[in-house]
Design a protein around this ligand. Structure first.
Ligand SMILES: [Zn+2]
Length: 126
């Protein structure tokens, strides 16, 4: 979910929590795909027909491709959440993660926010 939509719908802290959960769900998928790759390698080592071995090779390719995709998504969501969280401190009063969304600049990829404690405005890039 985009930062502006997430803040508007759930607030920053819930958006951040969901980004981390989504990130780690992809990490779990990566782990399961690695188990699938190892299981397919194990099954391929036995004496079986050429068709079964072709299916094992296809499974290895499929699990590897999905695993690499899931690992990339894990790193993307994690980095995006952390980069945004590093900008969530109010520059004036240092209060963390408590702000309201003022505006969104989709061209720059930034959002203008306002601190709930001291009403200071600053820009967060996403
Ligand atoms: Zn503040």
């Amino acid at each position: 979910m985009k930062l502006a939509d997430g803040i508007r719908k759930h607030g920053f802290r819930t958006w951040y929590e969901r980004e981390l959960l989504q990130s780690h769900a992809h990490l779990v998928l990566t782990f399961l795909c690695m188990i699938g790759v190892f299981a397919a390698f194990e099954a391929m080592g036995r004496n079986r027909s050429w068709f079964d071995q072709a299916v094992d090779i296809a499974a290895i390719g499929l699990f590897a491709a999905v695993g690499i995709w899931a690992l990339r998504r894990y790193l993307y969501f994690l980095n995006h959440a952390e980069m945004t969280a590093n900008q969530a401190d109010c520059p004036q009063c240092k209060f963390y993660g408590s702000f309201t969304l003022e505006s969104e600049d989709t061209h720059e990829g930034t959002v203008m926010v306002c601190c709930r404690k001291c009403q200071h405005h600053w820009k967060i890039s996403s």
